[in-house]
Structures are given as structure tokens and as C-alpha cells.
Design a protein around this ligand. Structure first.
Ligand code: ZN
Length: 250
């Protein structure tokens, strides 16, 4: 199987593993927390072809790292490009229905507060203490919950600059460096799922260390029963762990 196809199939496995790892890190972080509040540092990074991190970028990622565990408790990516859309635009033909990769149409700078808000919303929805800070500590559902989350998100947007400046720490910077090693900045990954897969790989490396391969294997084994990719599926996780985009054949 060509490596490119293997990576395409592998991407959802790595992403799923990273999301599970974040969920576990949230639990650990709360266990360590004296105040029973989840406290973390937030930072974002951008990828730009040729010249490193840049505000004029089509892709960005963000991380929230727990202060107690030093683990990534939430992450997100934004991309303004889709390789499928671009292919058809290039051929001057209409886009067929497809799973589009575009999840951001605003400015590069705007990715940062948007990721911060959606990560906070995800945390609130996921965590057991999710209703703690909502009015009267009431459990909310449906439209009411959405309304409260929007309000809360809005309050973060208003304070975004202050929050973002406070949040940037060494821990996030080291994570950004790790993302850069998985998603080499002179390459463009935003058009496909591979950017999220590479950010996910960095999450796994930070949260699980070198043991993350075995966790991924477990997920892969579960998938194998339904995916039925046969023997060719075996070595793929290893390829991803030692990702080296320079060796991908054209
Ligand atoms: Zn598209």
C-alpha cells in the first residue's frame, strides 16, 4: 500500500488516540488540582510554508496544557485550505461533495481566540464538573446549555488578549517545537487530515512519552476488526511515530 494511503488511513487512529489521551489527562489534572478546577496554559502556533511560524498562515494549532501534570488536556487545529477543493478549483470545475477540510475562513490571527473558545467549550461539555461555573450550578441541556456556553465563550473572547498573553508558557513552547518536528514547517499539511494527525502525534508524545505506540496499537487492533486491512496495516503506526516527510515518495 502506498505510504500516502497508509497515512490517510492512519490519521483517524492517531487523532482518536490523542483525543482519548487528552480526556485521561483532564481526569489526572483534576485529581491533582487542590481547587478542583482545571488550570492550564494556552498557546497557539501557526505553520507557514518556507518561513516558520507566521500570522499570515493558512493553518494553526493550539494547546491547553495542565499546570499540574504538564500534559495536553485539549488541542485544536484550524485550516483555511482543502486539497480536494484546490484540486477542482485548479481544474476550473465544480467541487464534488466531499469531507471538506476547511474549518476556518477568517484571518490567521483570528484562529487563536476561536480555538481558545472552542477548546473551552469542549472541556465544559466533556468534564464532570462542567456545570460548576454555570449560573446557580444548574445542570443545563439543549438550547439553554448552548446559550450559556455561548455567553461564557463570549466573555473569553472579550478577554482573549489578556488570557492569551498570560497563557503562553515554556510548556506550550516546547509542545509547539514538537508539533514543528511532526509537521515540518516548510511543508503544507493543512489541506488534508494530516495536520491534525501530526498535532495529535505531538500530543501523544507529550502525554504518553515513548509508550504511546502501545496505546495506538490497542486502538489499531480494535479498528482492525472492522477495517480488515489485513497484514499491510501492521507497520503503519511505526511509520507515523518516526514520521519523516522527506522520505514520502511522490
Ligand atoms: Zn474541501
Amino acid at each position: 500500500m502506498p505510504l500516502r494511503k497508509q497515512q490517510k488511513e492512519l490519521a483517524p487512529v492517531i487523532i482518536e488516540a490523542a483525543e482519548a489521551s487528552c480526556k485521561e489527562a483532564q481526569r489526572e489534572e483534576l485529581e491533582c488540582s487542590e481547587s478542583s478546577e482545571l488550570e492550564g496554559s494556552f498557546d497557539a502556533g501557526w505553520q507557514k510554508r518556507g518561513s516558520g511560524w507566521s500570522y499570515n498562515s493558512h493553518t494553526g494549532h493550539a494547546s491547553l496544557i495542565g499546570v499540574n501534570t504538564g500534559k495536553v488536556v485539549e488541542f485544536d487545529v484550524r485550516t483555511r485550505n482543502c486539497s480536494i477543493c484546490q484540486y477542482h478549483i485548479g481544474k476550473n470545475e465544480p467541487n464534488p461533495p466531499h469531507e471538506c477540510n476547511v474549518n476556518w475562513t477568517g484571518s490567521s490571527k483570528g484562529m487563536e481566540p476561536d480555538m481558545a473558545c472552542s477548546m473551552i467549550q469542549k472541556l465544559l461539555l466533556r468534564m464532570d464538573i462542567r456545570f460548576k461555573h454555570l449560573p446557580n450550578g444548574k445542570a443545563l441541556s439543549g438550547d439553554k446549555l448552548k446559550e450559556e456556553l455561548d455567553k461564557l465563550a463570549q466573555s473569553y473572547i472579550e478577554r482573549a488578549d489578556r488570557l492569551l498573553n498570560l497563557g503562553s508558557t515554556q510548556s506550550n513552547e516546547s509542545f509547539n517545537n514538537s508539533v514543528a518536528s511532526f509537521a515540518q514547517k516548510n511543508r503544507f499539511y493543512g489541506g488534508t487530515k494530516s495536520l491534525k494527525a501530526r498535532v495529535s502525534s505531538a500530543v501523544m508524545q507529550k502525554n504518553e512519552g515513548y509508550g504511546w505506540l502501545s496505546k495506538s496499537k490497542k486502538l489499531k487492533d480494535n479498528q482492525r476488526e472492522t477495517v480488515k486491512e489485513g497484514d499491510t496495516y501492521g507497520g503503519e503506526i511505526e511509520v507515523q511515530e518516526h514520521i519523516d516527510t522527506e522520505t514520502i515518495p511522490t
